[in-house]
Design a protein around this ligand. Structure first.
Ligand code: FAD
Length: 385
């Protein structure tokens, strides 16, 4: 693994760095203005990135990106992090939905759906999890029944991030039941969220925000033209989405972790606690973990370049990142003291938000299973078909 940038990569980084310095986002709205105002601000920021071709440089040029290499895409996330600007608002559309359509979509679907993802005109959400199907996604029960030139869907989804802002939902539903294997008979749809049969109810989290929602689907209609990858092929299409989720977010997460650790160093220094061996040891350990994560993220990228797809080691990055983030925010609470108990303070928010890290995008227990079985080669745990 050679981490020296080529001339082209250095030029890419310098161009982006100069653009970010000259075009910072406007000031964010105040917290009292609410979540919607904050989302609108992030949407506007994506629009600004889009106008200059920076919304998704990793997308091929024919779809409105810059055809950036994997290394350049990693540089993109590192530079956004270093400039401390937010990720574009339509993150699920850009990192999950768009790349899934590029693999499985028809030409008409690509032409219709990719441009408004990029410009943030149409926001996307991911309707996979259900009350009884999270880790075991193939157990999902939402049903789609054929009706004329389309489908009628009934069921419930849960934890659907950003559904309240979304126009389209990547929805996996059962189109055939009673098959020998439960991941057979699933179909991947694009569901229009703006219709009577779809109800979105926000779920308030421990942080006070409602990032995600319950989705009640009662007779929603989806046309045949919005089936992605063919009827009955939903499991394979969903795996493409999930692979992009882990690969795409991995880099952005480790960059943000480094920023938070730098901030915690500053907060410790301000309080004159850097010489305290208790805190110095804990900060030292976090520094080593963060650096390990950075190198693992780059190694994962080298693997994709070499073998064409991310390896199961990516699960180790997500597991290590969520564990480290929880340790970091707990240490921050010990260091800043009472401030971390004050509602809506920065560190109290980070402490509470970090609890979900070991659940979202694959729970730590599931990731440990993957590492045990596919990286270490330990015996497989028997599960139901
Ligand atoms: C902040 C956040 C945002 C999210 N956004 C979305 C979204 O936009 N769209 C979406 O579809 N979903 C989303 N999710 C849902 C997320 O993907 C699920 O919560 C996750 O997959 C776990 O599923 P579950 O909650 O049903 O828990 P379960 O699968 O019921 O698991 C319960 C517990 O059992 C353990 N467990 C389960 N199976 C095994 C096993 N085989 N071996 C060992 N332990 C096991 C789990 O680790 C967990 O501790 C989000 C979740 C969070 C926290």
């Amino acid at each position: 693994m050679d981490l020296t940038f080529s001339e082209k990569e250095t030029a890419f980084r310098d161009e982006l760095r100069a653009w970010l310095a000259a075009n910072p986002p406007s000031d964010p709205p105040r917290r009292e203005e609410g979540e919607e105002a904050n989302y609108a601000w992030r949407r506007e920021w994506q629009r600004q990135l889009y106008d200059w071709g920076w919304a998704a440089p990793g997308w091929p040029a024919e779809y409105g990106g810059r055809g950036a290499t994997l290394t350049e895409s990693a540089i993109y996330f590192e530079e956004l992090g270093a400039a401390r600007v937010p990720l574009p608002a339509n993150v699920l559309g850009l990192l999950l939905g768009g790349p899934t359509l590029m693999v499985w979509g028809t030409d008409e679907q690509k032409e219709r759906y990719l441009p408004p993802i990029l410009s943030a005109e149409e926001i996307w959400c991911q309707g996979f999890s259900e009350p009884d199907a999270g880790s075991d996604l193939a157990a999902l029960k939402a049903r789609a029944v054929k009706d004329g030139d389309g489908w009628v869907v009934t069921g419930q989804k849960v934890w659907t991030s950003g559904a309240q802002y979304s126009k389209w939902c990547m929805l996996v539903a059962r189109t055939e039941s009673g098959l020998a294997k439960k991941h057979h008979g699933l179909t991947y749809f694009l569901m229009d969220m703006e219709q009577e049969g779809v109800q979105v109810r926000p779920l308030r989290q421990i942080t006070g925000e409602a990032e995600f929602n319950e989705l009640f689907i009662d007779g929603a209609r989806i046309s045949d033209a919005n089936v992605v990858g063919g009827v009955g092929n939903g499991w394979k299409v969903a795996l493409t989405t999930l692979m992009n989720e882990r690969a795409g977010l991995g880099f952005a997460l480790q960059v943000r972790l480094r920023q938070m650790l730098d901030d915690l160093f500053a907060a410790t220094a301000e309080r004159g606690l850097l010489e305290d061996s208790l805190y110095a040891d804990a900060l030292g350990e976090l520094h080593v973990r963060t650096e390990t994560l950075r190198l693992l993220a780059w190694k994962g990228l080298t693997d994709v370049e070499r073998y064409g797809q991310p390896g199961p080691e990516g699960s180790l990055v997500k597991w290590l990142w969520s564990d480290t983030n929880q340790k970091l925010t707990q240490l921050a609470a010990d260091i800043v003291g009472l401030e971390s108990l004050t509602a809506e303070s920065r560190w109290s928010y980070e402490l509470l938000r970090a609890r979900g890290n070991t659940i979202e995008g694959g729970t730590t227990e599931i990731l440990r299973n993957i590492v045990a079985e596919r990286v270490l080669g330990l015996p497989r745990i028997a599960t139901a078909a």
